[in-house]
Design a protein around this ligand. Sequence first.
Ligand code: UDX
Length: 464
Amino acid sequence: MNHFAPPMPLPVPVTRPNTVCVIGAGYVGLTAAACLAAVGHQVQCVESDPARLAEINSGQLPIVEPGLAELVAINRAAGRLGFTASVQEGVSQAQVALLCVGTPPRASGDPDLRQLATAARQLASAALRDLIVVIKSTVPPGTCEAMDVLCAEDARADIELRIVSNPEFLREGRAVEDFFFPDRIVIGAEDDATAHAVLELYPPGTRAVLCDRRSAELIKYAANTFLAVKISFANEIAALCQHLGADSDSVLAGVGSDARIGPAFLGAGPGFGGACLPKDVAGLIATADSLGLDARLAKAARAVNFDTRQRVITTVHAAVGSLAATRIGVLGLTFKPGTDDVRDSVAVAVVDALSGAGAFLSCHDPLAGPVALPGHRVSDPYQAAAGAVALLILTAWPDYARLDPYRLAETMNGNVVIDATSVLDVGAYHDAGLEVLAIGAGIPDSYHPVIVGPLHWALDAALA
Ligand code: UDX
């Protein structure tokens, strides 16, 4: 199965290679380290987790990201990329250090900045020369200033540390492509010279937004919150479509074809998930709260997202009657196609909820990493459908669009397929005797009286 896009063009090498230290070999750090080496920099990547470091050193990658394994292998072989557990070793020659550690959400919505603070202090005490410290992790506005204070405590008096905000916008599944060909990079620095030194890390011609540090930090929260608002808007319109008998794909395509709106991130589905969007919306809300402000749009996006997930569960419930001891096949566990990541996946949350209501679940995903599931995991989508009263599609893997509806109909013990992702060809399934309930696609009999009322009024007025 080929889940990924064709090979991308190679980026232009930088004119002035730097020596760079990257702290953290997660999605952001590993991608940044490999891509910076690929454009000509000399990169040392520091990873504190011994198991992860051992995995990388054995030639395996802890994450699935198209093109990344090849870049790591090529640049290691070329001597431009190394991995170490030691911050001292990583930073000893560095002109620039990138902080790419996790900032996981706390219950309050604020991110937990302990890994960042620890890494910044380690860098500060290990630095032997002036160093630009670039924060790539997503952080609340004001973090760079806080790191100034922390680092000043640990750095040698004769060394200048300049803390810069350069948030990462890469998407999982397209991280390498996004790194080489970003829409823009954002650099928040105290002065132009520092901003340009960071800009020089990237291939020539990269479009940049240069600003102050707080603004750069806020751009990341604001951009992801806007994307979340757009998705929730699409899902709210899809809910309307479902009740009106309208087709959400057509409606949203029509809306998105207005150049002022654009089609991106207007795809209705089971709701947004993943390690970033939910966390960054929560972070923006928490930042506003801390200032006595009410981020109402962000809160609405989050509430609609929760309702969207609930709508999937309600639709399954309505389709099968009682969930207790009902066998349901589930296709898709990752938070979106093209990744193995199940962090904050809506699919996993739906599986948990259905299982909690007593359903027996048989789940398939072509790539999902290890995940604690209440149901059992199978390696073939037809196996997931075997004996199922209903089949539920939760991640829009292209492979699912290619399933044979006749084979599914034969193996299932019912005839309902609930498609939360709009990947199925409804007509073909209908021909095979399966009823597809597409979330967001209309159920024509359910016109809502609020709509019918004005229509009656208009007709009455016209006939009078
Ligand atoms: C996101 C941002 O896009 C990226 O810029 C940031 O740096 C990290 O967070 P990512 O988490 O990889 O990237 O996923 P993304 O492609 O943005 O999708 C997020 C969620 O929104 C997924 O659950 C996806 O399925 C959902 N989504 C996306 C929709 O439901 N509809 C859409 O139209 C687009």
